[in-house]
Write a protein that binds this ligand. Sequence first.
Ligand code: NAG
Ligand code: NAG
Length: 276
Amino acid sequence: MRSSLLLLLPATLSTLATAVAIERRHNRAWPESIRAFYTAVSDRLSTLPPKTISALTSTTCNTGSPSMPTIPDLPPVTDGLTLYHVAVGRGTQNYTCNPNDPNAIPVAAGASATLYNTTCISCLAPLVMAQLTGAALAIPTPKGNAPLFPAQAFASGQHYFTGPAPTFNLHTNAHNYGIQFAAVLAKVAVPEKMIKPGRNVGKDGSKPVPWLKLSSADSLAETAPGVQQQALRSDGSPVQEIYRVNTAGGSPPKTCDGMKKNFEVEYAAEYWFWRR
Ligand SMILES: *[C@@H]1O[C@H](CO)[C@@H](O)[C@H](O)[C@H]1NC(C)=O
Ligand SMILES: *[C@@H]1O[C@H](CO)[C@@H](O)[C@H](O)[C@H]1NC(C)=O
């Protein structure tokens, strides 16, 4: 167990405990998704003996036996891979429309999001994380270096597209966890019974984008047309697979009726990075 985990963990949990105290005072003022997040935090803390909270050990932030959320038809992580990083992405999914054809279907045109490091809490409290993306969607994307409310998670990178390749640039002034270029292996729509207005549906009515399994490899980006090879080295990153789960918002309207040529839909999602 790396010592950085031990140092970061108490801060993470005490922040959550403070969040619960805030929740008790302002309960009715929060949107439903934020209340659901705090309730999940409360529930998780109540399962931990007080002694554990005040004297945390490595076993309370064990990234060795993580439990990534899944839905039917989402292919499992390849045997033998271990967890590398977990981040919550908060930003927009981009689409294009033909403004002259109201019956046309919006076409995906990339995404842009800030990634917030939630590795520790995602392993410690997966049920809390299941509520975080909905809570994050209910409030604007944090500005500058501000942490992601309400989890107080700090940025670990940016998600954008390099040509057609989804890109996860986990390099900030604070840390360098590498850069990943990915390709979609599987795309699974969120089951209807998991779609909940006020939770994982945007204020604009946008449903959660599908969950994804992506593969990550330097070679993918090198074949992307119009992209300079030089910019594409990922320092021999060990990351092999990336999952997008616990999605909130981000889906386009059914048709282009009333939409601009280029538009954005707010979303949040949890990304799990697996290494060899
Ligand atoms: C940030 O990410 C690194 C690498 O995955 C991890 O070791 C660390 O525990 C994370 N920090 C938090 C607060 O989750
Ligand atoms: C779409 O995403 C890019 C980042 O990839 C961003 O710069 C752009 O402003 C976004 N919005 C639109 C409407 O194109």
